[in-house]
Design a binder for this molecule. Structure first.
Ligand SMILES: Cc1ncc(C[n+]2csc(CCOP(=O)(O)OP(=O)(O)O)c2C)c(N)n1
Length: 300
């Protein structure tokens, strides 16, 4: 039996403790009517979606108080598969949409799930300013080191030397170190995991969603069809094997020291977990101080 057939059979088998093969463990969290999804075999995005569904289950939030917002790109498709209110917004604008939602209804748990190109290139300005303001949202950035959906253009995260269709002789640009960028801009929670670290990324999502403020999780994910193939690396499974041998968990590492270089080991872990008033807390405290009883704290 082929590996794909085996996987197909396994996914239809009842999970331990489950009686009916009709109900998938993720049925409550995913829009199963949208399956099959668009992602390539061994792409890391679906792994994170599964982790996210698990994290939602662990958080126990009423699902009508959870909103997922994505921009455009392969990772931007996530919003369409999660069974909560979700927005597939314009390219780079997931964070402004999320900000608006959170400010209009502070009771919501707002999660941005999108790609490195979407959040850090075209949406970079919004990323920096939402972190600076400490807007209470969780940003999960799937970093596959390229603009996958549009054919693999260079991204602000592409490691120096990486070959892509727009850099056939290797990139000569210095990439952003996303955890450092997030911390410098003001994020209160910063973590990085890979698609291999499913428990760690699930726990990071739980921690982040439960914490007030601007939280940032970077997930290094294989892109088998473009990035891995262009590096002549193999498929997503080969990348996961590589992460197994070449990622080092260093919780509390200085974000300055976690930049990524081609073919060099990557540092993963929780790097930042601090307290700082959120945008709305600062606004309420400030206006209360200035206006006294004339000000009624804004709660949405
Ligand atoms: C304003 C605008 N410019 C460009 C595009 C084309 N476009 C669609 S997806 C994308 C890149 C997405 O890259 P990334 O966020 O890294 O997501 P990935 O596909 O790699 O998951 C671009 C440039 C667009 N849709 N809108």
């Amino acid at each position: 039996m082929s590996v794909l057939k085996e996987l197909e059979k396994a996914s239809l088998s009842p999970a331990p403790g489950q009686t009916s093969p009709e109900k998938h463990p993720m049925d409550d969290f995913m829009r199963m009517d949208r399956m099959p999804h668009i992602w390539c075999p061994t792409c890391g995005i679906g792994v994170s979606v599964n982790c996210f569904a698990k994290a939602l289950e662990k958080c126990g939030f009423p699902l009508d108080q959870v909103v997922v917002v994505s921009g455009i790109g392969c990772s931007g498709r996530v919003a369409g598969y999660i069974k909560v209110d979700s927005f597939h917004t314009t390219h780079g604008r997931a964070i402004p949409f999320a900000t608006g939602l959170k400010l209009a209804n502070p009771k919501l748990h707002v999660i941005v799930f999108s790609g490195d190109g979407d959040i850090i290139a075209i949406g970079g300005n919004h990323f920096l300013n939402a972190a600076r303001r400490n807007i209470d949202i969780t940003v999960i950035c799937i970093n596959n080191f390229n603009y996958a959906m549009t054919g693999g253009q260079l991204a602000p995260t592409t490691p120096e030397g990486a070959v892509l269709p727009t850099t056939p002789f290797g990139s000569y640009e210095k990439p952003f170190n996303l955890p450092f960028l997030a911390e410098s801009a003001g994020a209160v929670y910063v973590a990085r995991w890979t698609s291999l670290h499913i428990y760690n990324q699930t726990n990071a999502m739980v921690e982040a969603m439960k914490k007030p403020g601007f939280k940032f999780i970077e997930i290094l994910a294989p892109c088998p069809t473009i990035y891995e193939r262009q590096q002549k690396f193999g498929d997503g499974l080969d990348r996961l094997r590589w992460y197994c041998d070449n990622s080092e968990i260093l919780n509390g590492a200085s974000t300055k020291d976690v930049g990524i270089s081609l073919n060099e080991k990557v540092i993963v872990g929780k790097f930042v977990d601090i307290e700082r008033p959120t945008y709305l807390e600062s606004m309420n405290a400030h206006l209360q101080e200035r206006l006294g009883d004339r000000y009624k704290p804004y709660e949405g």
